[in-house]
Design a protein. Structure first.
Length: 341
């Protein structure tokens, strides 16, 4: 292929298809190779029906977004996909996904490539989100970034020297399963005292329910009722704490102190530049970030961590799919050492 024809071929493939496969929702997009999303299609994931049904839906969703965007198949460079679960990056196999029934040792990219006729790049959702925030979000301009999502659970991804740090099999970054309290609450992973069991949105709501069941006086039910709900969520706990509720403040204080300790441990281990925090719990704003920074620096180890920043994520729920799109674009960069035909 001549230099001129290589450039023409490269220009003819300006699009990436992105897929974010979750346990409840699947988002499929058409994006540019620079990560700009042009079209979105979201629908429920038929997770309980097994891999075959889910894969068929992904295939159909890809076909539909191509048609809706009005582009040609030949203009698509690759598919970038992120999914929750234990994805073995070296073997290119989804070893297990806790939110998808029957997803055990599924060679995900290989299956999709055979079905749709495009190269497919797959990454764990937290790693993809970390990369998205590193490239186009809160970690932009840094080389050493740790992304943490604090929501229903706690997940994370690590960027070291500008690249995702996968570990030996691809499972690095599971900060939610740092065990910080030997006698702490049971975690769904089977361990005790994990950060996820103490500081996640689910854990905060559980502690509120336990306090109320024990007869502790609190405005948390009142706050939940104003929101039209009987059950108290993490957001209600933060709101009640801001209103001066002592019980809520205790829960928030404990959750943030443990999270700060977990971040301090990671900073000491990784010598990171910046923590980018996303997820529903982080949307509590200054009532979350100010005490988190205080907790972090009270546990941080001297000069290793003195210049570390803790900032909110920028890309929201689309961090993962943006990261997956960018990773696929780089993996299959035309005329740059990647796929050329």
């Amino acid at each position: 292929m001549t230099q001129g024809s290589s450039k023409a071929h490269k220009k003819s493939k300006p699009y990436i298809i992105g897929v974010d496969l979750g346990g409840t929702k699947t988002l499929t997009v058409v994006a540019t190779t620079q990560g700009e999303i042009l079209l979105r299609k979201k629908e429920e994931t038929p997770a309980s029906q097994g891999p075959e049904v889910v894969l068929a839906q992904i295939q159909e969703d890809i076909r539909q977004v191509i048609q809706l965007q009005g582009i040609h198949f030949e203009e698509i460079q690759a598919v970038g996909m992120c999914a929750a679960g234990f994805y073995n990056h070296r073997e290119k196999v989804m070893v297990k996904s806790p939110n998808l029934a029957g997803w055990t040792h599924i060679p995900l990219p290989g299956i999709l490539e055979e079905r749709i006729g495009l190269p497919v790049f797959v990454e764990n959702d937290a790693n993809a989100a970390a990369y998205g925030e590193f490239r186009l979000g809160g970690g932009r301009g840094k080389s050493h970034v740790v992304y943490i999502t604090v929501s229903t659970g706690i997940g994370g991804g690590i960027i070291a020297d500008g690249e995702i740090f996968h570990g030996s099999q691809g499972y690095a970054g599971e900060i939610g399963h740092f065990s910080l309290d030997l006698n702490g609450p049971q975690c769904k992973c089977g361990n005790r005292g994990c950060l996820e069991a103490i500081s996640s949105g689910t854990a905060i709501a559980r502690q509120a329910a336990e306090m109320l069941a024990a007869g502790r006086s609190s405005r948390m039910p009142e706050v939940a009722a104003m929101d039209g709900r009987r059950d108290v969520t993490a957001r209600h706990v933060f709101t009640a704490a801001e209103l001066g509720d002592e019980a809520a403040a205790e829960i928030v204080d404990r959750a943030i102190k443990y999270l700060g300790a977990g971040l301090a441990g990671m900073a000491t281990l990784l010598n990171t530049e910046i923590f980018v925090i996303g997820g529903g719990v982080s949307m509590s704003g200054n009532s979350f970030f100010q005490p988190l920074q205080k907790a972090f620096f009270s546990r941080a180890a001297g000069p290793i961590t003195e210049n570390v920043e803790i900032v909110p994520a920028v890309l929201g729920d689309e961090a993962g799919i943006v990261g997956a799109v960018l990773l696929a674009a780089e993996e299959y960069a035309l005329g740059e050492g990647g796929l050329t035909e």
